[in-house]
Ligand binder design. Structure first.
Ligand SMILES: [Zn+2]
Length: 278
C-alpha cells in the first residue's frame, strides 16, 4: 500500500503537471468508485485545478467549490491518463481537462476498494478524513504524546492506526521502530521520555528519507521498489549492527525487526508457531 511519502510525491507531480487546468468533466467508471452523492462532481466543472495535496494516505484534488478526496487503498494509482481508452484496465474514475488531458484513478486488484469522495467545506469534519489523527509529516511531540496517551497498543499497530497518526503503513512502521531502536511489540503506554523522543525523530527521518527517494521518480513506486533497513529483509543482516533481521508473520503482513537493535537480543516467537503475539 502506498504510504505518506509515495502519496506526497505523487501529489506534487500531479500539481506540477495539472495545476491551473480547467476541469471539463468527471466520470466514475464503476458504480462504487464515487462514495458521495452531494455535492455532485459537476460543481467543479469549469474550474481550474488549484493543487493536488495530501492528508495521511489520501490525495486531495482541490477545486474552489469542492475537493475530490481519493484513497488508493492497496494498489490504486492516480496518474495522467495518456491513452484515455473507453474501458481502461482497472479504471475507477477519470477527470478530463479542457486542454484535452485527463487523470485516471485505477486499481489493478480485484477488490476495487479505492474510491473518491467529493467534499465541500471543511475536510477535517467530514468523511473520509473525519477522525484521522494528526498527519505524520508534521507530527510534533505534543501530538505524538497525545497519540501515545490513548488506549495502550503495541507500537507497530499504533503507528499504523490512522486514527492515532495518519500516513504510516506497514513498511514505514517497521522502519520507524528499527530506526528508533524500539521493539515493534512495545506497549505504547510504557515508552520512556527518551524512547518517545527517538520515536518522533525516527518518524521524521524515515518519512524524509523515503520522500527524497520518491521525489526522484517520475511515477509512484511499486512496493518492491521501496527499500528498507529491515522491511522485507528477513534473514538478511541488519545494516546497523549486522545481526539477522527477524520476522513475525501475520496473515496479511509481516513485522520485521532486528533483535540486537530493538529487543535487547531477544528473538520473538514467530506468530505462525505461537499464539502469544496475536
Ligand atoms: Zn541491528
Amino acid at each position: 500500500m502506498p504510504e505518506l511519502p509515495e502519496v506526497q510525491a505523487q501529489a506534487e507531480r500531479l500539481t506540477a503537471a495539472f495545476a491551473g487546468a480547467e476541469l471539463e468533466g468527471f466520470r466514475a467508471l464503476t458504480f462504487t468508485a464515487l462514495k458521495t452523492v452531494v455535492p455532485g462532481p459537476e460543481v467543479a466543472v469549469g474550474q481550474p485545478l488549484e493543487s493536488v495535496d495530501r492528508y495521511g494516505k489520501y490525495l486531495l484534488v482541490r477545486f474552489a467549490p469542492a475537493t475530490f478526496v481519493v484513497h488508493l487503498m492497496q494498489g490504486g494509482r492516480l496518474e495522467p491518463d495518456e491513452k484515455q481508452s473507453a474501458k481502461p484496465r482497472g479504471g475507477l474514475a477519470r477527470w478530463r481537462f479542457a486542454d484535452g488531458r485527463a487523470v485516471l484513478l485505477s486499481e489493478q486488484s480485484k477488490e476495487k476498494r479505492a474510491g473518491v469522495w467529493v467534499v465541500a467545506g471543511d475536510l477535517a469534519t467530514q468523511a473520509p478524513l473525519l477522525g484521522l489523527g494528526p498527519d505524520a509529516a508534521t507530527l510534533d511531540e505534543a501530538e505524538l504524546r497525545e497519540a501515545l496517551a490513548g488506549p495502550s497498543m503495541r507500537i507497530h499497530g499504533l503507528l499504523r492506526d490512522q486514527r492515532r497518526v495518519a500516513g504510516i503503513g506497514r513498511r514505514l512502521a517497521n522502519e520507524i521502530c528499527h530506526r528508533a531502536r524500539i521493539s515493534p511489540f512495545a506497549s505504547s503506554g510504557k515508552l520512556s521520555d527518551d524512547e518517545v523522543g527517538r520515536l518522533l525523530d525516527a518518524i521524521h527521518a524515515c518519512i524524509d528519507e523515503s520522500l527524497a527517494v520518491e521525489r526522484e521518480r517520475t511515477a509512484m513506486s511499486k512496493s518492491a521498489d521501496r527499500v528498507g533497513a529491515v522491511y522485507h529483509r528477513t534473514g538478511e543482516p541488519c545494516p546497523v549492527c549486522g545481526d539477522t533481521v527477524r520476522a513475525v508473520e501475520y496473515s496479511t503482513y509481516t513485522v520485521n525487526y532486528c533483535p540486537t537493535c530493538q529487543t535487547a537480543g531477544k528473538v520473538l516467537a514467530d506468530n505462525t508457531t505461537s499464539k502469544f503475539l496475536k
